[in-house]
Ligand binder design. Structure first.
Ligand code: AMP
Ligand code: GLY
Length: 429
């Protein structure tokens, strides 16, 4: 594999992929970045090629014909569907797990089985394929513990998890998943899980088998509205690092929640390769894993990559070349706050097509990065095209500084029907 003058392909079209593409485009090792399919922000970094992220054959064919040196995939669905395996078969360097590793995100029951075998702390659980027995188990848990979590087994675009306080809520969740089949075949099986309480943290590592580079922990804000109210979303903002997870607890999280899974994958002959993301809860009974993701977090990546004080392309090249142990990247030792600007109505229905203004003004501020997600070019200007429209990250010496700067930058970006949370990091500053 070539190690400089790289022709890089970034697969995806969200804020996470804009952050990945920006970090790669800034590298002296990178000659060209192409985004597939990309968005209005990514179009300013390089060419955007309109191929669906679900079309593995077309992505691979394009990468071969265009002599791609390194491909990076943002979203989980292509990974779960075997995009990494397709690149392996072509012999094109690819950063991301094979389908065997992506199954950690693709099946929540598989992830629980791995956790059980690898001795990873997690909430109690049972799996069911039949509605009536799932409902009985959920009702028992509500009666005993005052709550339960119902999860569709398969991939559900982050929407298949229901945190319930009553048997009626659990029944409604089970109906949505198993009877209405809102997530298709992902509703063939459900997990009935102990409801845990505590602060959450996203712990991400870049892994090559059992060699890792840990990223600083991030706290995501998943609910749509201030004070953690409203429906769950893909993420409305985040901050980094996490005061509730100081370095010794972060080390413990890596040792107890990440390494055992990487070792397990290795012993099964399917070493894990790519970003592994453990969603953790810090409970009164210690750290527990809520889920694994087989990819970089969104919006976690938008706050973590601006804090990286090293060349991102060198890290990915080292990962692909089995040389991660040589890398000791430094991270900004201040604070980062990322606020997602969304279309009002998200995660439900929302209108799109409104012009987006003020991005250059905001991203010109010192320590501020703007990453676009649901934007498209319409006659050369950016318009809204999705639920999460952009994310605004600001770095500062303290959370108060980072937060003030992030919200100042947000105030400079204007589009109709804008909605964003006003309380990202508020607890800390
Ligand atoms: P997941 O996609 O599994 O991370 O779940 C999405 C969100 O649901 C998590 O970030 C938590 O806020 C919540 N959640 C998941 N599992 C549990 C659990 N066992 N107890 C309480 N909340 C949970
Ligand atoms: N921010 C949550 C996720 O990426 O799954």
């Amino acid at each position: 594999m070539r190690e400089s003058d790289l022709n890089v392909l970034v697969i995806g079209s969200g804020g996470r992929e804009h952050a990945l593409a920006s970090a790669l485009a800034a590298s002296p090792l990178v000659r060209r970045v192409t985004c597939m399919p990309g968005n209005a922000g990514m179009a300013s970094l390089g060419r955007c090629v309109p191929v669906s992220v679900k079309d593995s054959a077309a992505i691979c064919a394009w990468a071969r014909e265009n002599a791609v040196d390194l491909a990076v995939c943002g979203p989980e669905v292509p990974l779960i569907n075997g995009l990494g395996d397709a690149f392996l078969a072509e012999g094109i360097p690819f950063f991301g797990p094979l389908a065997a590793g992506a199954r950690l995100e693709g099946s929540k029951v598989f992830a629980k089985q791995v956790m059980r075998e690898a001795g990873v702390p997690t909430g109690e659980w049972e799996a069911f394929e039949e509605f009536e027995s799932a409902l009985a188990a959920a009702a028992r848990r509500v009666e005993r513990e005052g709550g339960v979590v119902v999860k569709a087994d398969g991939e559900a675009a982050g929407k298949g998890v229901f945190v319930c306080s009553t048997a009626a809520e659990a029944e409604a969740a089970l109906r949505t998943i198993m009877i209405d089949r809102a997530f298709g075949a992902s509703g063939d099986r459900v997990l009935i899980e102990e409801r845990l309480t505590g602060q959450e943290a996203s712990v991400m590592v870049i892994a090559n088998g059992e060699e890792i580079i840990a990223m600083p922990p991030v706290q995501d804000h998943k609910r749509a509205y201030d004070n953690d109210e409203g429906p769950n979303t893909g993420g409305m903002g985040c901050y980094c690092p996490v005061p509730a997870m100081p370095p010794e607890l972060h080390r413990e999280a890596i040792e107890r929640a990440v390494m055992p899974v990487l070792q397990w994958m290795g012993t099964k002959g399917t070493p894990y390769f790519g970003c592994l993301y453990a969603g953790l809860m810090m409970t009164s009974d210690g750290l527990k894993v809520l889920e694994y993701n087989c990819r970089f977090g969104d919006p976690e990546t938008q706050v973590v990559l601006p804090m990286l004080q090293a060349d991102f392309a060198s890290i990915l090249v080292a990962a692909v070349r089995n040389r991660l142990d040589e890398m000791r990247p430094k991270w900004y030792d201040g604070c980062g706050v990322c606020v997602v600007l969304a279309s009002g109505g998200y995660p439900g229905k929302y209108p799109v097509g409104f012009p987006v203004e003020g991005v250059d003004e905001a991203s010109g501020m010192d320590g501020v990065s703007v990453f676009q997600a649901g934007t498209a070019l319409d006659g050369g200007r950016a318009v809204t095209s999705g639920g999460r429209v952009l994310s605004v990250t600001a770095l500062g010496a303290s959370f108060a500084d980072a937060r003030a700067k992030a919200y100042e930058a947000c105030s400079r970006i204007r589009f109709q029907n804008q909605h964003f949370r006003k309380d990202i990091g508020a607890r800390l500053s």
